[in-house]
Design a protein around this ligand. Structure first.
Ligand code: CS2
Ligand code: MG
Length: 402
């Protein structure tokens, strides 16, 4: 089998997506997601200018060899643009392999370790009562795990506080907007939110929260302690993710479970976090880690140290990335949870897929390969629209992590 075409498709059905479609001489095609929020065109260019010409004529069955060739062969290793591009290629190769055997990818990865993939949804509200109502709405839909983010008195436009009940898209059209942030004001409200939530929903619902890299280690330790009685499933991204050492201080001061890694793109970004057991969940998904191949290597390393996975699954990861994540989620022993932000009906129409939600779980389905397709004719109706995440400034104007 040989790759005869590598096409990069950019489409914006609700938000921008970059999709790699590989075609083989046997007629089998494979899809990979190369979307990187706000940097979509950089990955598209990396794929079409630097990778596509190298793939033509190669045997798509040699997945590990192609991974090594693209990773080591470039000399310039890692980084989100490079690794998102390699991720797209790797997913497409696994898709082709699955289709060539007539089997879903998870059957080729050792088979399913579980019957369904536990997911969490995003509940957002402008204040605590609103947020509690949003959590209850998710529970009504069958979710067993819900992430809760609330507006902060004194701040407008707080991240994670959506513009709709189900479909929340953090990137806004046009150049990046600027938001004002105060971690002190944020810390005034979060403990109350979770203490009230736990009282309302009872002991069995999994509650999660995302700190979005905005706290100092001391602030994170303080918040983790305040949340212990609310028994969170996890507290995510407490401090800037590139400071692995910060987690030692947080870890030493709180028993609240910690998650990090949506901005990582290799096992080297989290080797200290995992080997010192400073976190409970690693969140680097196939869409960032170099595809299914890269994500499985991180998961296997984490398994050795008792760290579980909780792959990033926001709306800026396309249904192709979600399908790839589910194939891995099903097969690794140390799976923890999968983030599941629902895509808009427009996105789902462009990317028909076999995975589906029932009773708090996602089910990958039995379609061969990844079980996801792209309607290229429909995709053409949604041209690229520049859109960016906001930039954060403190109240005195200093730039702060978003
Ligand atoms: C968030 C995301 O899903 C999450 O946990 O951190 O909303 C994140 O901000 C976006 O995916 C960034 O592209
Ligand atoms: Mg996050």
């Amino acid at each position: 089998m040989k790759i005869v075409d590598a096409k990069v498709i950019i489409t914006s059905p609700g938000r921008n997506f970059v999709t790699l479609k590989l075609t083989t001489d046997s007629g089998i095609t494979g899809l990979g997601d190369g979307t990187l929020n706000g940097r979509e065109l950089a990955v598209a260019s990396y794929l079409s200018e630097h990778i596509a010409p190298l793939l033509i004529g190669r045997d798509p069955r040699r997945i590990e060899d192609i991974w090594q060739y693209l990773y080591h062969g470039a000399y310039w290793r890692r980084g989100p643009v490079t690794m998102s591009a390699i991720s797209a290629v790797d997913m497409a190769l696994w898709d082709i392999k699955g289709k060539s055997f007539g089997a879903p990818v998870h059957e080729l990865l050792g088979g399913a370790c579980r019957d369904g993939v536990l997911v969490y949804g995003h509940a957002n509200g402008s204040d605590i009562p609103d947020t509690i109502a949003a959590v209850q709405n998710y529970l009504g839909m069958g979710y067993r795990a819900v992430r809760a983010q609330t507006g902060v008195p004194g701040l407008t436009g707080v991240y994670g506080v959506g513009r709709g009940d189900l479909f929340y898209e953090p990137a806004a059209k046009g150049w990046p907007s600027e938001e004002t942030w105060s971690t002190e004001k944020y810390l005034n409200v979060v403990p109350d939110l979770f203490n009230q939530l736990r009282d309302t929903v009872g002991p069995d619902v999994h509650l999660l929260h995302d700190g979005h890299h905005r706290m100092t280690p001391n602030q994170a330790a303080w918040l983790g302690q305040r949340l212990e009685d609310a028994r969170l499933f996890w507290l995510e991204d407490v401090t800037p993710a590139e400071h692995q050492e910060s987690f030692r201080h947080v870890r030493n001061h709180t028993t609240t479970p910690l998650a990090v890694g949506e901005v990582f793109n290799s096992v080297h970004d989290c080797s200290t976090l995992i080997s010192e057991q400073l976190i409970d969940y690693i969140r680097t998904p196939p869409a960032r880690a170099g595809g299914i191949t890269g994500a499985r290597k991180i998961a296997a390393f984490a398994e050795v140290y008792g760290v579980k996975t909780g792959f990033h699954g926001a709306t800026d990861l396309s249904p192709v990335a979600m399908a790839a994540a589910l194939q891995v989620d099903l097969t690794i022993p140390n799976f923890g949870i999968q983030e599941y932000m629902r895509h808009t009906p427009e996105t789902d129409a462009v990317f028909p897929h076999s995975y589906h939600f029932a009773d708090g779980y996602l089910h990958a389905g039995t379609a061969p390969g990844l079980g996801v397709d792209i309607d290229e004719t429909l995709a053409e109706n949604f041209p690229y629209v520049p859109a960016y995440l906001p930039v954060n400034r403190l109240e005195d104007g200093t730039v702060h992590p978003w």
